[in-house]
Design a protein around this ligand. Structure first.
Ligand SMILES: NC(=O)C1=CN([C@@H]2O[C@H](COP(=O)(O)OP(=O)(O)OC[C@H]3O[C@@H](n4cnc5c(N)ncnc54)[C@H](OP(=O)(O)O)[C@@H]3O)[C@@H](O)[C@H]2O)C=CC1
Ligand SMILES: O=C(CO)COP(=O)(O)O
Length: 320
């Protein structure tokens, strides 16, 4: 099977390096100069420096070369995915499209697989998600992820093709659960970063992780996710990683808000936009998601950490 990765950011690059253990991989970057530079230096110095490309990683900015692959991993940020799919829909028909981004689109409130289904209905959509930093994947460190696909046979095929000796994929048919786990953990990671940046303490962070997980289960139930999925790698697993590691951009973004420090706005922080999407979903489905709500307001600079804390602590006491 010919595999390609669309999006040569940190994650797309890490996946291409890792999957090259199984055979040739095409890595598509939208920018021609960036593709040429990577092709020459055999490294992505801008997004994932210090990880040399194996010989069988072919970097290109040519869409025609990308579309030669039967299976394309989509490592484009969630808020950009819809337009990209729309623009390229004709060339993506009937392909296997594996979304690797984590987020809920602000304008449509769709997850990445729902975006694939909406824009390329003949494609086989799947989701690859779970606890994994790009550098760990590129370093061939042991990693376990969820591969979710509604079609069991196609899912099993992708599981076999995309697993490597160090990248172990667990199969699921619960696409909605996998989409939600990856998207929501970023929102809770921002809240945890705020907590630590503002000096609220580790006990408070444990409370945010736990109550954030309760919000993840609540929205999962409302949208038809299997609760088991959220306790797996794509939910609890990724929540555990992202809420406790300085390597997470969402967590660091939250830390910067907590400490009232500046943050590089060019950094991909999926949880900020997704917090707004989730708050809109909560309204639509009449759900109480207070942590997601304050993260949307904190990320937009509408409230400060003390106000967020006071809002959460002032809520009526209730059963766990
Ligand atoms: N980094 C990580 O450890 C992990 C990331 N992910 C997920 O992967 C997704 C991508 O993140 P990551 O690679 O880290 O982000 P980066 O910021 O490192 O890279 C984003 C990439 O997307 C490209 N891009 C942006 N907009 C468009 C567009 N409109 N069309 C085509 N390409 C575009 C950028 O191109 P350009 O360089 O030209 O701007 C860049 O190559 C996110 O959803 C993230 O949550 C998942 C697991 C781990
Ligand atoms: O999704 C990730 C780890 O699983 C990466 O998290 P960040 O986008 O917060 O860096």
């Amino acid at each position: 099977m010919r595999i390609a990765v669309a999006g040569a950011g940190a994650f797309g690059t890490g996946l291409a390096i890792s999957l090259a253990a199984n055979g040739p991989v095409t890595l598509w970057a939208r920018d021609q100069d960036a593709a040429m530079e990577m092709s020459k230096s055999r490294e992505n110095s801008r997004r994932l420096a210090g990880h040399a490309f194996p010989e069988n990683v072919h970097v290109t900015s040519d869409l025609g070369t990308l579309f030669e692959a039967e299976t394309i991993l989509l490592a484009i940020p969630a808020q950009k995915l819809g337009n990209w799919l729309k623009e390229n829909a004709n060339n993506l028909a009937e392909k296997r499209l594996v979304a690797c981004c984590k987020g809920i689109d602000q304008s449509t409130l769709r997850g990445p697989v729902a975006q694939i289904e909406a824009h390329v209905p003949t494609a086989i959509g799947a989701m690859l998600t779970g606890p994994s930093f790009a550098a760990d994947i590129a370093n061939h460190l042991p990693t376990a992820l969820t591969l979710a696909c509604k079609d069991a046979d196609e899912g099993a095929y992708l599981q076999a093709c995309l697993s490597t000796p160090t990248l172990r994929l667990y199969l699921s048919q619960d696409v909605i659960g996998a989409e939600l786990g990856g998207a929501l953990k970023n929102v809770i990671a921002i809240a945890c970063g705020v907590c630590m940046g503002a000096g609220f303490g580790e006990s408070a962070r444990a409370a945010v992780i736990t109550r954030g997980f309760a919000e993840m289960r609540r929205i999962g139930k409302a949208l038809g996710a299997d609760p088991e999925t959220l306790t797996g790698l794509s939910g609890f697993g990724d929540l555990a990683l992202t809420c406790t590691s300085d390597a997470s951009r969402n967590y660091r973004f939250g830390q910067s808000i907590g400490a009232a420090e500046s943050f590089d706005t060019s950094t991909t922080v999926e949880g900020a936009a997704t917090a707004v999407s989730v708050s809109n979903l909560a309204e639509k489905h009449n759900l109480d998601l207070p942590i997601c709500r304050v993260v949307a307001d904190l990320s937009a600079g509408k409230i400060d950490p003390e106000t967020a804390l006071a809002t959460l602590l002032a809520r009526p006491l209730r059963k766990e």
